[in-house]
Ligand binder design. Structure first.
Ligand code: SF4
Length: 1023
């Protein structure tokens, strides 16, 4: 055993001398000399300096303790294999999956989650490296949970033993054993620098090295301050102790120190970025700048948003989480689609992904629209079946003689698209089916790789943002490395089959714990975790995010352990952790050579934060300055905001100095639209007012002029919201169909209409007369038979539809159904002079003839009308009542009719009057919904009071002159035609909310407050 020298130095101090001594020793013994440091970043920096300084070093001569252990392991041929952290995660996940029944507390459901695996990995590392006798160390605190953890730990360690494997934790123990056993041929001079309070297994290895090394130098971070340093290094049994003179007091910080409080986290990172840009502008190389965060993972989200905006080249010690990569998510979605049962949204997302679908399969947008139409929710088989039903429906509509030619052509185009989609999905599902079923992990991997290979996935873009392309390349490489790791580990796992869901879960666990990885760029700003800063020497150091909870982070509790259990395991106490946190903070401070910038955010989102008491410690020890700009001139986003503010004040020339002039012109144009044109009343083309555009007006007049045929519904739409008419009837836009698996309100209405229509058609054909007490049983039998037949035609099988069917037909649970209620209502109406005469009465057609209705008495101006009237009841004197069935809750009233908003009943009355010469006496709604079955005249002829004795009429709905009421509605129609032909399509002029059924809310810029402020300026926006 050689003489061991112990050096005690401030963090970072004396490193140069240790490196110089190492260089000398390496010159004598290049293959045996080793320098061990605490972090791979420091090892990398030292090796880089030595090589660039002309000192050749052999392989991993400068390394970490784990790196040294690995070197010992690799030198020992036949010792077994080293597994990566990913390998450990896979083995633990496999043990959990195989022993689900024995682990009810650890595994909820069929498969373990990524969180459980992560926590077990962390716990096992602590238990192994600290040599904790688990669960015995818990004493009487042992229970079912600790028994399950101990079982997994035991199975894991046994698996490693049986397969001659070592992981990163057991590697230290193995290396110490082999060194102590003299298994390694020889070992050269060893220099160890900067390890802070090594854990028991690390100490074992260091002592084993000390025993074997011909020369042993051990330098520890040290100062005369027991609140930070208690490991005095005497446990290595030094022969010589070198204190470097009197122990210094703490905080001999070099250069200037400044502290800043920033508004929030994003403002803090932006202030850092601005300062960095100023430093670079002042001549500092980016590689001379480091930014450290206590919580690097959380901070990276802000760094990735802010640094590119400021144009800062940076490199991070932690690549982005692989699971956040869009290309990796797409690759996992390939597996998820069959596992989750071919859900509509999954299939559409897969087909929409540019990483997966590069033209091989139908476009996701087309599949999205058609699958909504076909009401597909999911299920491999249901896709084709439902597309076939949709195709059948369209074919039937095409075959119907009264289907307009335009609709027929549209349906034919849709049918061709459906056929293409069905073929494409057949191929897609056949490919995806190869991923299903139970297989070994290697079997799943082979099928998955083969599929990705055949599809050429992930398809990578040929051109684009170089940074993005580079990152996507890293993500792709990291993903396939993870597959390789899984394949390598799977070869040693017990050969058993797992389901496709189990395989996806295993792969997800692996990916969740992986980073994208990136190569360190020395000429870029280094973004690191604060614990990586010890012993570095960097000219400009920023330490940001210094708030309580992050620095110091005093969580002592181990995964799956209460505070009491953690104390009992004697891992680390709160004071141990506080001491360690102080050390890392001080070591990071001492890493700054010229300037040190500390900062903390005052708030985190909504909640205020508490600055770290380490900040106060610095303030108490020295007199720091402040730093940080209030404005961010280097930010492209800030430049855009500044230019925007200047444009808003009409300072265009000044804005042109901040942004390129074309961008300023475009911004000004858009601002004008919002701030000038879209203010107050609607009076510009941006609000649908096309009246000042002669070509548009001419086109509208041609299309909606004298020969155009209107439906009452279209005119009502214009009356309610001209902009809705513009989007739907002029531009022919259609809202996306809802993929709702249940019957829509409209379909429910059609179903009831069909049943009632068929019933009365049969009833009248058989000349059964009015429905009375005598024949109501027969009427009920007939209508229920028709109802059952029609319900059978509905292809839905959802629980909601089953309930709706019971409410329609009645059942012992639901009671009498809607159809029975209808028959009873008809019996009550049998005493009325009105009797049902015509059902589903159609007049006019969109492309054929419309019924010409005169708009004004004595004028030749007409509107061509088409429509279908649900029912017309006629009294013996010829007076008739137009009836509209309503299955929903929205109904208009007389006020809506007189206001010109509800046009259907008056227009239908005039159409029947025109066609038959009979006098209209009333317009009524027949409400047919659960809990409310009744006919209610919305208006009725006061001169025919006796006709309405059996109806729930009120004096308010009595009209002295029905003809005058209808004439008034037609006068309104004249105004609407004028508006349509003249290009006036403003948004709704009503302060009430827009109707819930409007499908254009996502593209409409309607603003209730704006309408409120412009009320009284004219119905169509005219002042
Ligand atoms: S959201 Fe309102 S204003 Fe816009 S189109 Fe629909 S009904 Fe009209």
């Amino acid at each position: 055993m050689c003489a061991a020298v112990l050096y005690r130095r401030l963090p970072g101090e004396g490193l140069d001398k240790v490196i110089a001594a190492f260089r000398e020793a390496a010159a004598r013994d290049p293959f045996g000399t080793v320098l061990i440091v605490p972090t791979s970043r420091l090892a990398d920096d030292i090796a880089h300096c030595l090589i660039t300084g002309g000192t050749p070093i052999v392989g991993d001569a400068v390394t970490t303790l784990a790196g040294f252990a690995q070197r010992v392991f690799e030198d020992r041929a036949g010792a077994g294999s080293l597994i990566t952290p990913s390998g450990s995660r896979i083995i633990i996940a496999d043990i959990l999956a195989a022993r689900v029944r024995d682990l009810p507390l650890l595994v909820r459901g069929e498969r373990p989650g990524a969180g459980v695996v992560d926590e077990l990995v962390t716990l096992f590392e602590v238990l192994i490296t600290r040599r904790v006798d688990y669960p015995a160390a818990l004493g009487e605190l042992q229970g079912e949970k600790s028994a399950e953890i101990a079982l997994v730990l035991d199975l894991y360690l046994r698996f490693l033993d049986e397969h001659a494997l070592v992981d990163e934790s057991t590697l230290l123990a193995r290396a110490a054993q082999w060194l102590a056993g003299g298994d390694r041929d020889r070992i050269g001079p060893v220099f160890i620098y900067g390890l802070y309070e090594p854990v028991p297994l690390e100490r074992d290895l260091i002592l084993a090295i000390r025993e074997r090394a011909p020369e042993f130098h051990y330098a520890i971070p040290w100062a005369d301050n027991p609140s930070v340093f208690i490991d005095d290094g005497t446990w290595i049994r030094p022969d010589v102790i070198d204190d470097g003179g009197a122990p210094p007091g703490l905080l001999p910080v070099r250069g200037t120190v400044c502290i800043a409080e920033r508004k929030d986290r994003i403002d803090e990172v932006r202030a850092v970025a601005q300062e960095i840009r100023d430093l670079i502008a002042g001549g500092a190389p980016p590689g001379d700048i480091a930014v450290a965060f206590p919580d690097l993972l959380a901070a990276m989200a802000y760094v990735e948003e802010v640094f590119p905006d400021f144009g800062i080249p940076y490199t991070s010690s932690r690549g982005p989480a692989l699971i956040g990569s869009p290309s990796v998510q797409a690759l996992l979605a390939v597996l998820a689609v069959p596992v989750h049962g071919y859900r509509r949204e999954d299939v559409v997302a897969l087909l929409n992904s540019p990483y997966i679908n590069n033209g091989r399969f139908p476009a996701g947008s087309v599949v999205d629209i058609l699958s909504r139409e076909a009401r597909i929710v999911g299920g491999m088989d249901s896709w084709d079946k439902k597309f076939a039903i949709l195709a059948g429906r369209l074919e039937a509509e095409i075959a119907m003689p009264d289907t307009p030619e335009g609709v027929r052509r549209r349906h034919e185009r849709t049918l061709a698209m459906i056929a293409g989609v069905r073929r494409g999905l057949e191929d897609l599902f056949a490919d995806l089916a190869t991923l299903g079923g139970a297989k070994t992990i290697t079997g799943h991997l082979a099928a998955y790789r083969s599929l990705l290979d055949r599809w050429g996935c992930p398809a990578m873009p040929d051109a684009g943002d170089p940074d993005l392309l580079l990152r996507e390349g890293h993500d792709r490489a990291a993903f396939f490395r993870a597959l390789d790791a899984l394949e390598a580990t799977a070869r040693i796992l017990p050969e058993r089959e797992v389901t496709a869901a189990g395989f996806l879960s295993l792969l997800s666990i692996l990916i969740t714990g992986s980073n994208s990885g990136s190569r360190r760029a020395r000429h870029a700003v280094q973004v690191v975790g604060i614990r990586e800063m010890a012993h570095l020497s960097i000219p400009h150091v920023f330490i940001a995010g210094l708030i309580e909870g992050a620095m110091p982070r005093l969580t002592t509790r181990l995964p799956f352990s209460t505070d009491l259990e953690t104390r009992r395991l004697k891992t680390r106490s709160r004071s141990d952790i506080l001491r360690e946190e102080r050390y890392h903070f001080i070591a990071a401070l001492l890493a700054a050579r010229d300037c040190l910038y500390l900062s903390f955010p005052a708030t985190d989102g909504e909640s205020p934060t508490i600055r770290s008491n380490f900040i106060d410690m610095v303030r108490g020890a020295i007199n720091p300055g402040t730093w940080g700009a209030e404005s961010f001139s280097a930010s492209r986003l800030s430049a855009a905001a500044e230019a925007g503010a200047l444009i808003a004040e009409d300072r265009f020339d000044e804005a042109g100095a901040v942004l390129p002039p074309p961008a300023v012109r475009e911004a000004a144009r858009r601002l004008n639209i919002e701030n000038y044109h879209r203010r107050d009343a609607c009076d510009s083309p941006y609000d649908g007012m096309l009246c000042d555009d002669p070509p548009a007006v001419a086109a509208l007049t041609r299309r909606f002029g004298d020969g155009a045929i209107y439906s009452a519904t279209a005119l009502e739409t214009y009356a309610d919201c001209p902009f809705r008419f513009y989007t739907g009837d002029v531009l022919s836009l259609e809202p996306l169909a809802s993929p709702d698996p249940d019957l829509t309100a409209r379909e429910q209405g059609s179903l009831v209409h069909r049943i009632v229509h068929r019933f009365y058609a049969d009833w009248r054909q058989d000349e059964c007369g009015p429905i009375t007490d005598e024949n109501q049983a027969e009427a009920l039998r007939r209508i229920l038979a028709i109802g059952r037949e029609e319900a059978e035609q509905v292809s839905l099988r959802s629980p909601a539809w089953r309930v709706a069917k019971e409410f329609l037909l009645g059942s012992s649970l639901a009671g009498p159904g809607l159809l029975e209620g209808f028959i009873k209502s008809e019996v009550r109406l049998a005493a009325s002079p009105f009797s049902p005469r015509v059902f589903e009465f159609s007049f006019g057609s969109p492309t054929g003839e419309g019924v010409p209705i005169r708009l004004h008495e004595g004028s030749e101006e007409t509107v061509l009308l088409r429509g279908r009237i649900d029912r017309i009841d006629v009294a013996p004197d010829g007076a008739f009542m137009v009836i509209d069935y309503k299955t929903g809750s929205s109904r208009s009233n007389l006020a809506d009719i007189t206001a010109g908003k509800a046009l259907q009943l008056p227009l239908y009355i005039r159409a029947v009057e025109t066609l038959t010469g009979l006098p209209g006496a009333a317009g009524a709604y027949y409400t047919l919904r659960r809990g409310e079955i009744r006919i209610r005249p919305v208006f009725w002829d006061a001169d025919r009071k006796d006709h309405f004795a059996g109806y729930p009429v009120t004096r308010k709905s009595a009209v002295e002159d029905v003809r005058a009421l209808v004439d008034a509605s037609l006068a309104r129609v004249g105004e609407y035609l004028h508006g349509i032909r003249g290009g006036r399509f403003p948004t709704r002029q009503d302060t009430s909310s827009c109707p819930v059924y409007c499908g254009f809310t996502t593209i409409c810029r309607y603003d209730e407050l704006r309408e409120f402020s412009s009320v009284g300026e004219g119905s169509d926006g005219a002042h």
